[in-house]
Write a protein that binds this ligand. Structure first.
Ligand SMILES: [Zn+2]
Length: 201
């Protein structure tokens, strides 16, 4: 699926290129990337960003792949067809998950900045679904239905399949949030920015 949640593991909440660059973020990264893209890189829409006057938001794409063996193994233990009840079970198993997570890791997990993309508010709301859900003005399904429907349309799947994918992503997030010892790297962000701002040859 090209549009699905990519929720930031809890131990590294707040760690971002944006927060690190502070006042340099807007002129050096966000604005050049958004200006070059013109339309949302995920859905192709013209976009509108509810948090600012801009049409598009600049999204940091992070890869948490070094934790994937842990996530896959634990989800396999619970079963691939996850339900909302399984999420509660995973949450309850947190004290058990920690030692298992340790034993499955060959090396400390790495969070790596892999891309910068200009996206519309609806795509951004699906990528950061946990935040969207917790800050929605209307609680429950009604508050998130437009975002889920948008993602289902973009991916060309039924809404039910999108809901299932969100449950999977939440399970992955719960597990990743209990993986210890993250290393964070945004090495090479300047070349990513140059490429996405149309500056490279
Ligand atoms: Zn979009």
């Amino acid at each position: 699926m090209k549009l699905e949640p990519r929720m930031v593991p809890k131990p590294i909440w707040g760690v971002a290129l944006r927060t690190s660059l502070k006042s340099r973020w807007l002129p050096e990264v966000s604005r050049p990337v958004r200006n070059h893209a013109m339309v949302c890189e995920v859905c192709g829409g013209r976009g509108h960003c509810r948090r600012s006057r801009w049409r598009l938001c600049c999204d940091e794409v992070w890869d948490y792949s070094d934790a994937d063996p842990v996530v896959s193994a634990l989800i396999e233990m619970v079963g691939a067809d996850l339900t909302a009840a399984d999420l509660t079970a995973i949450e309850g198993a947190v004290p058990l998950i920690r030692p298992v997570a340790f034993s499955l890791l060959d090396a400390p997990p790495v969070a790596r900045l892999t891309d910068l993309q200009a996206i519309c508010w609806d795509c951004n709301a699906m990528i950061h679904f946990g935040h969207t859900e917790s800050t929605a003005k209307v609680k429950g399904w009604a508050g998130v239905e437009p975002v889920v429907s948008h993602a289902a349309r973009v991916n060309g799947v039924p809404v039910d399949a999108m809901v299932q994918r969100i449950i999977y992503a939440k399970a992955a997030w719960l597990i990743r949030s209990h993986v210890p010892g993250w290393t964070i790297t945004w090495d090479g962000w300047e070349s990513i920015r140059d490429r996405k701002a149309g500056r490279s040859a």
